[in-house]
Design a binder for this molecule. Structure first.
Ligand code: PMP
Length: 361
């Protein structure tokens, strides 16, 4: 937890001193009759209205989203997927070559890749055998005198990819209260989780950023719109360092339209959750499946006797699942997304036709 109210002391020095680029549409945002400020073409040539640059701060979309999530537009950053937010958060807070980010494998691989890309060392504090947080190990780490000053970021993915479990709110709160830097809580799969979101933490804790996305429950992976929620101070920093027009006109329109279908989305989430449980039961009956892990997301982690063999057999039948056997504590595991009822039925038909032998090691 940050003692003083500001986050300035945690920012990278060059980011603290950065003079932001102001795009034409940053400088003027009202209703004018004629826009001759951004070197656009006055006409377009497709059926989409894309000849004008988008609103760089996506104000209409943020207003609507803020109303849904019970926060203010100034607490929302919108990016080219939440992946963009992950990259920007690392770039804003971690000094290359010296600062460190804590990740808890097995987890979403992008944290490691973007940390590497930004020359940020990662400290890996694995989840326990049952995929719960190693709170004791983390607390020792946070107080370790060789690290404590350099620990800038902690990534907590809940529900976690690829394990599917969500961490108890109380455990996350403990981390927020004890971590010396920014805690990023990635809630990409929260819509599928029965338990409460951690979003309310941004009101009280200036070191918390919560990530969500339109890619999963909202059915918009192709549009690339993700959210980071945090204090207005953090959001201002992310807006300063993002690409000037990072969310396209088409993507903003699609997200605005999706928000009009919020009730339908909620109904579909129920359908997916029910299908997940049904699929889980059917998978558990297959002779080569050793365990189906409980899931609060829209996928299942499944331990098999031969992950690579299963993936290639399914591939021959035109069905692609994800081999996760090389992830920490995931030997023999595959990750399967819950599809439509038709897709799930075809998957199960294919799985029942497959015979697998235990992988030789
Ligand atoms: N976080 C997690 C845990 C994910 O699994 C993903 C995508 N697979 C993302 C973030 C990125 O989502 P997007 O960039 O599509 O918003």
């Amino acid at each position: 937890m940050i003692q003083d109210s500001g986050i300035a002391s945690l920012l990278r020095k060059n980011i603290r001193l950065l003079k932001p680029y102001a795009s034409a549409r940053n400088e003027y945002s009202g209703d004018a009759r004629i826009f001759l400020d951004a070197n656009e073409n006055y006409r377009g040539f497709t059926s989409h209205q894309v000849n004008r640059y988008p609103d760089p701060l996506q104000r209409e979309l943020k207003e609507k989203l803020a109303a849904l999530r019970g926060c203010t537009p100034h607490q929302i950053f919108l990016g080219n997927g939440s992946d963009e937010a992950i990259d920007l958060i690392i770039r804003a807070f971690a000094e290359p070559g010296s600062d460190k980010a804590v990740i808890m494998p097995p987890t979403y691989g992008v944290y490691q890749v973007f940390a590497d890309l930004n020359d940020i060392e990662t400290i890996r504090m694995p989840l326990q055998e049952d995929f719960s947080l190693d709170l004791e190990g983390l607390s020792i780490l946070f107080e370790h005198r060789d690290f404590a000053g350099d620990l800038k970021l902690l990534f907590v993915c809940s529900p976690n990819n690829p394990t599917g479990n969500a961490f108890p709110h109380g455990d996350i709160l403990r981390l927020v209260n004890s971590f010396p830097g920014i805690v990023v809580i990635d809630e990409a799969y929260q819509d599928f989780h029965d338990g409460p979101s951690n979003l309310s933490l941004i009101e009280k804790y200036s070191n918390v950023i919560v990530l969500q996305t339109f890619s999963k429950a909202w059915g918009m992976a192709g549009a690339r719109v993700g959210m980071a929620y945090g204090s207005p101070e953090i959001i201002r920093v992310l807006n300063t360092i993002k690409y000037p027009y990072n969310v396209s006109v088409l993507s903003q329109q699609a997200a605005l339209e999706a928000l009009d279908h919020a009730e339908e989305v909620v109904r579909e989430i129920d359908v997916i959750r029910e299908a997940r449980e049904k699929l889980s039961r059917s998978l558990a009956e297959l002779p080569y499946v050793e365990k189906v892990y409980p899931s609060e997301a829209n996928f299942l982690l499944v331990k098999t006797i031969h992950a690579a063999g299963l993936c290639s057999s399914l591939k021959q039948q035109g069905i692609i699942i994800r081999n996760r056997e090389h992830e920490y504590r995931c030997s023999g595991c595959v990750r399967i997304t819950v599809g439509s009822s038709e897709e799930n039925r075809m998957l199960l038909d294919a799985l029942q036709s497959i015979t697998l032998e235990k992988e030789r090691t």
